[in-house]
Design a protein around this ligand. Structure first.
Ligand code: ZN
Length: 139
């Protein structure tokens, strides 16, 4: 049962592998966290529950990256094919960071803060294995 899993980043990422964007919600004050937290920083409660998030939000910040991490370099991104790393403000409130797709990464001037986005789980094929990464695209 989802509700019985510990509120760890590993479990949060495991949900992403199953194409679910989950957060943790404080049962005492209602504050929502994504990525998940065990401890509510607002009221210090440990009384959390898993909630599935809508995956809708808006673009809060982004950067086009030409010199990526080894993972993105292995996926084929480089100076000529940059990727866009973004911060998304979810409609439920929390901010998550993820790759933004469906935009022209080579023309960051055309990407606008506040653009409505929706979650898109990215199937990245790497060394014969499919990895699911959290991503967003314009809604
Ligand atoms: Zn709380």
């Amino acid at each position: 049962m989802a509700e019985e899993k510990d509120f760890t980043i590993q479990n949060y990422l495991e949900f992403i592998q199953n194409k679910k964007l989950m957060g943790s919600k404080c049962k005492d004050c209602g504050k929502l966290y994504a990525p998940v937290r065990k401890l509510c920083t607002k009221c210090n409660s440990l009384n959390m529950e898993w909630v599935e998030l809508s995956g809708k939000g808006e673009l809060a910040a982004f950067t086009s990256i030409t010199v990526g991490t080894p993972y993105f370099i292995d996926l084929g991104y480089d100076r000529n094919k940059p990727y866009c790393f973004s911060v998304i403000k979810l409609e439920e409130g929390p901010m998550v960071s993820a790759q933004l797709v469906g935009v022209d990464e080579s023309k960051p001037d055309l990407i606008k803060i506040g653009t409505p986005v929706k979650v898109k789980f990215l199937e990245n094929e790497l060394k014969g294995e499919t990895n699911i990464d959290l991503g967003f695209e314009p809604a």
